[in-house]
Design a protein around this ligand. Sequence first.
Ligand code: LLP
Length: 428
Amino acid sequence: PATVHRSDDGALRVGGISVTALAEEFGTPAYVLDEEDFRARCRTFLAAFGAVGADVYYAGKAFLCKAVVRILIEEGLHLDVCSGGELATALAAGMDPARIGLHGNNKSLAELTRAVDAGVGRIIVDSHDEIDRLTELARERGVRPRVMVRVTVGVEAHTHEFIATAHEDQKFGFSLAGGEAFRAASRILADDVLELRGLHTHIGSQIFDTTGFEVSARRILSLHGRIRNELGVALPELDLGGGFGIAYTSQDDPAHPDDLAGPMSKIVQDECAALSVAVPHLSVEPGRAIAGPAAFTLYEVGTVKELVGLRTYVSVDGGMSDNIRTALYDASYSATVASRASQAGPILARVVGKHCESGDVVVKDEFLPADIRPGDLLAVPGTGAYCRSMASNYNHVPRPPVIAVRDGQARVIVKRETEDDLLALDVG
Ligand code: LLP
């Protein structure tokens, strides 16, 4: 996680700066990104998967802004985008389009056109309608876009229902079991307007049990082999998706990328040998595992309310608008007093936000020092993924900034939204 230490005055320090100084300069709430930690995670994934010849596509949905795109470029990663907005951000920051993959189950014609015109490296097709649309677009433009077929492998990853994406009864991809994925690949190859690069699967998010990835790899390779045997085409690429879990609390025990890359690549090698088909060039798409642990949210405590016999409610100056995951997925987070050390004994607390509903919880249960009081800074770790990217303006609360810290320097990489920003779209 973001490399955090306590300095002599008891305040947390990250990237060589104390959180007290950060709060003074940038205000709260704020997402604080430990840039070195983010980069180290990029390198660890690249080293682990690069060692088995795989590319790493950072999944921009976890958290994307131009500064992040530049870091990805510098560190040598590829990028997975899933909307026109993410694509625009990537292009604006100078990402080589050939290193971008575009996802989505309902990409608009405008998004597809933009991707095709920009020369995006791969478009992951998700429906027959999209194949039609893209084929027509390619004919019109006289180009041959590179595509992958998103395959639903029927693996039910052990994760929250909302974020499991490869079981059968859901909106993504072409079913493997029903033969739909084979039909999609067949028609793309038969038409020969689009260039079919390979198959793609993604089974869910925040997954710890790596057998899900193994089963999914085996299943998708059976289709890869069938395409080779029945259609005579050895597809050159294969993407095994993202979804690698991170530790939100001390109970979580995530796998090291080395322990993911080795076994995943071995399964691919073994299955390809068994199917007598050449080993395709692999890629993966981690988002959370790169961005998640690299940032924490810094809040200021505003009120402390003890409910006798129950727990103490600690209200902070943000909440479900900057971290919806607790309310939406029943996600677990932890919290720590960041501005000072305390010798006081622990009390059972719940960290809540400032929004007008009781489900506005940031941290369900945490032991905080009994002397916690208004004005204390609170840090909630592990908020680098799916927090700023899922932030809202609920209750007209402006979204917090993202501050990147590194080597004693802090820089704003996403500005704090202002009330003027909120009013700017309101035509009155
Ligand atoms: N590739 C594809 C095709 C995906 O759909 C996703 C995530 C990823 C890669 C990256 O997955 P990751 O490595 O970050 O787990 N909002 C939810 C997570 C939704 C994930 C959707 N797809 C959350 O906050 O938990």
